[in-house]
Design a protein around this ligand. Structure first.
Ligand code: ADP
Ligand code: 5GP
Length: 189
């Protein structure tokens, strides 16, 4: 792997922008790209597996781990706590491959402070109305949760210009190509 430098990539964007979809597609074409499993206090959705989708923690357990300094970053997002465990980042970076953290904007800036070489990538939907269609179409959120996520989306979008890279997820194949191109460009730098 000469000339390739493993990097920490942070991917953010409004809920429903397509982050999970794009990351899964890129990882099929770039199998060495690791992904951290975050901790959260939200309830598991149908089909989500503890330890694979997220580490699902009680509020008490999350607070205890914050106090013990177990998080690289953490934030309140859409009414719940989410965070990246130090153990997830160190074990996977030590394995010598690049790593993706799919986290919110508050967490992204905390990571950049701690790891200045991290590359921040923002995924934008083509418009807020398309975002709403995707969130509703995904079928995972209640009407109330869609409303919270749409309100947060507007606040998150204004922070896109503080990211190193911005990708608009309109056509899925083009956005997947673009994300892969951006990752490989930074791994060569
Ligand atoms: P996020 O991880 O950002 O919350 P998801 O990856 O879950 O978003 O995508 C939200 C919904 O939009 C999913 O149902 C997904 O299949 C769909 N989706 C993602 N990207 C596109 C795209 N480019 N065009 C149409 N639908 C998309
Ligand atoms: P969801 O509940 O849809 O799985 O995730 C909601 C939001 O939480 C997403 O925008 C996602 O980026 C963010 N998120 C997921 N994991 C983390 C994390 O470890 N840290 C932070 N700060 N945000 C996270």
């Amino acid at each position: 792997m000469s000339g390739i430098v493993p990097k920490l990539f942070v991917i953010s964007g409004p809920s429903g922008a397509g982050k999970g979809t794009l990351v899964a597609r890129v990882r099929e074409r770039h199998p060495h790209l690791g992904l951290t499993v975050s901790a959260t206090t939200r309830e598991p959705r149908e089909g989500e597996i503890d330890g694979t989708s997220y580490y699902f923690l009680s509020d008490e357990e999350f607070s205890r781990r914050v106090a013990e300094g177990e998080f690289v970053e953490w934030a309140h997002v859409h009414g719940h706590s989410y965070g990246t465990l130090v153990s997830e980042v160190t074990s996977k970076l030590d394995a010598g491959s690049s790593l993706i953290l799919e986290i919110d904007v508050q967490g992204a800036f905390q990571v950049k402070e701690r790891f200045p070489d991290a590359v921040l990538i923002f995924i934008k939907p083509p418009s807020l109305s398309v975002l709403q269609q995707r969130l509703v179409g995904r079928g995972t959120e209640t009407a109330e949760s869609v409303a919270t996520r749409m309100a947060n989306a507007e606040r998150e979008m204004v922070l896109a210009d503080r990211y190193d890279e911005v990708i608009v997820n309109d056509d899925l194949d083009s956005a997947t190509d673009e994300l892969l191109r951006v990752i490989q460009k930074h791994e060569r730098n």
